[in-house]
Design a protein around this ligand. Sequence first.
Ligand code: AMP
Ligand code: MG
Length: 271
Amino acid sequence: MKANFSKQLVASPGKKVKLEKWDPEDTLGWDKGHKAKASVEKENEKLDKLQYLLYAEHKRALLIVLQGMDAAGKDGTIRHVMSGVNPQGCVVTPFKKPSIKEAEHDFLWRIHKAVPQNGDIGIFNRSHYEDVLVVRVHKLVPKDVWSRRYDEINNFEAMLHENNVTILKFFLHISKDEQKHRFQQRIDDPDRRWKISEADFAERNFWDDYIGAYEDALTKCSTNHAPWFIIPANKKWFRNLAVSHIITETLESMHMKFPPPTIDVQKLKWR
Ligand code: AMP
Ligand code: MG
């Protein structure tokens, strides 16, 4: 099946996002099965080659931002994407509650330091968007502070774009029922129990507030140079398929080239 995941899943810049209109069960007509599996394997092979080219060219970087409710699959997506790339040239940064030192700075300080260097792929597990999500939902700063952050984020991302950082932002969209199901799995499976915290359950009470905060972030901060993609994520196999495709589609559209050799191979003499 020929599909363009980027076009179908992008939150169109300037258009208001209403998440109830995005079905977390959607698979864009794909069925789980060997076709989807073959497609994801093909994308992983492509990604391996494209990353090699990005690394060799050394002129620009790719930044992948992952956001989603608890249990939306951020960790699983990273494991999946990473399975296709060389660890040399890929850096994953998780963002937790800011440390005392981080909290002494503007909210983008710790983020900017983690932006990938030329040639690298950087993956953010949570990001600067927490500063308009958890921070807004729990009123950790006054409204006049978080409300100006959308512009600050857009300016920051525009600056990165102008400095050769390609940005892809993925919102992993699960339903409240699917979250409950995944929490239950974590409770039932002794090997997964470590993943669950009291806070996760408490956060479920704020589900609607989070949806509102996400809708604003997706509406205000999906731009041509740093688009948000809304990934239907109830089905893990489709989530992986969609994210893989969007990454390879983007890297392919960058038309990267190997740098010219620094030596004249004709003139090389073996001793
Ligand atoms: P986890 O991703 O499960 O390891 O949890 C990380 C926690 O850190 C989540 O509850 C986030 O909401 C929280 N967090 C991340 N960034 C911030 C921030 N800027 N301010 C407050 N909490 C944050
Ligand atoms: Mg968590």
